[in-house]
Design a protein around this ligand. Sequence first.
Ligand SMILES: [Zn+2]
Length: 118
Amino acid sequence: MTSGLTLAFGYHQQRGLEDWRQSGCLYVEFWCLGPGCNHMERVHIEKLIGKAKTSTPFVELACKARCSACGRWGCHVQPADPPKPEHRDYAIWLMAEIARRKDFILLAEAELRGMDNA
Ligand SMILES: [Zn+2]
């Protein structure tokens, strides 16, 4: 059995868009797999959530996406790296990360206390 706490460590065990958002993902990258194309589009996760269900997995987005450069259907979808300090969303991302990690520390400490008492 896996602990829910492992979600706080980053990009794994995510199933849908809401899981990705809650784990700190701000942007999603769509990579075209068309021969010789290599087009990539970065989309804000809020924009995706506005169009798809919060439970939509990346693989479903990948199947439905169409490249705006070559017109090919289907692509590779992955979370973008966190914003860099010069990016306009950096402060928002940083505040969310701080809140998420504080929550993790509180839950982890409670879990450890529970282990000591077992
Ligand atoms: Zn393409």
